[in-house]
Design a protein. Sequence first.
Length: 387
Amino acid sequence: MQHDFAPLNIRGKSLIPIVQGGMGVGVSASRLSGAVARENGIGTIASVDLRHLHDDLLAESKINPNEEKYTKLNRIALDREIQKARENSAGNGLIAVNVMKALKDHAAYVRQACESGADAIVMGAGLPLDLPEMTEGFHKDVALLPILSESRGINIVLKRWMKKGILPDAIVIEHPAHAAGHLGAATVDGVNDAKFDFKRVIEETMEVFKNLGLESEKIPLILAGGMANFEKVKTALKTWGANAVQIGTAFAVTEEGDAHLNFKKTLAGAETEKVVEFMSVAGLPARGVRTKFLDSYIKRETKLQSAAKADPRRCTQGLNCLTSCGLRDGLPKAGQFCIDIQLSAAFRGEVDKGLFFRGKDPLPFGQAIRTVQETIQYLLNGRMPAL
C-alpha cells in the first residue's frame, strides 16, 4: 500500500506504520489481527478470555469451573487464534499478542503466545518490568513492546530491562485522555494531566534515551489514543517524530472485527458525548459507551463502593481473572461489577447488558462499518471511501 510515511522497522521487517490495538474480550482475535497483518501492519490478539470464541471450550469451562481449568482453556483458545491469525495474514506483517499485566495468569499467557509462534508480545495495564523473564528462551523470535503513558514509566522500564541486557523492540505511548479500555492514570481526573501530552512525552523520552546512552538504538515510538484520523497520523509521524500509531476502536468496528455486529453498531453509533470515564474493577480509570448497564452502574457507583467488602464469593465467575479486583477484594475506590461478564456480553452484542469500551474521539467513517483495508488506506492516505 503506497503512502508517504517512513516504514515501521521491527526485527528487520519493514511494516506500514499502523498497529492495531489489542481489545478484549474477543474483540480483536484471529480475524481482525490477521486482516491487519495481511496489509503489512501489526495485528494484535487480545489474550484475555478467548474461550468465548470457541463453543467447545466455553461449554467445557462451565463444567466444574476453577482457576486452573480457566487458564488451560484460555491457553488452548489463544493457541488456536494465533494459528488462525497467521493463516489469515498470508505471511505478511506481524501477529502480536496483548497481555494485560493486571491479569492474574498473565505470565502463562505470555509463555503460550511465545510457544504458539506469536511475533510480538505487547504488555500494559501495569509496568511490565519482568516481561524479559517471562519470554526467556524466545528473545530471538519474539519482539517485546511495553505500553506506557509517560516518560517516567519509560525510564523505569528501560533501566530495569537494560540490567538484563534487553531493550524494547518498540514502545507504545498511550494517551489516557483518548484511548479506550483501561487507562494509564491513577484517577479519572488524572487522564487529562499535561504529562501525557504526546509531543511532551516524545521529547522527554528522547532525553531519557540520551541519558541512558540509547540515542543510536532507534527504539521506535508508537502513539496510541485518538489517532484514527489521517491529519493526526500525519502530525504524529511527520511533526512529532513518532514511528507509528496504534488504533483500536476504528478497527473494532470494521467488517473483519471479531465481535458481534451489534457490538460494532454500538461503538460506531455512539456519539462522543455518550463516551464516559469511570473506575474499572482493576482500580484503573476506564472509558466506555454510556449504555443501559453503564448508566445504571454509574448512578449506583458511590453506594456500591461504600458497601465494598472482601469476599471471594463475590467473584461471580469463580475465576479470579484479575490480580486485583474491586468486586472480589472489596476495594472501595475500584469498580464493583464483574468485568468478565460485562465484556463478554458486549462481545456477544448484548447492548443492554454489555460494557463497551470505546475511544473518546470520532471514528473516521462515522456510523459506517468498512473494511480493514479501507480503514488503513484512509489512515495512510487520507482517502475516504464512498460511503
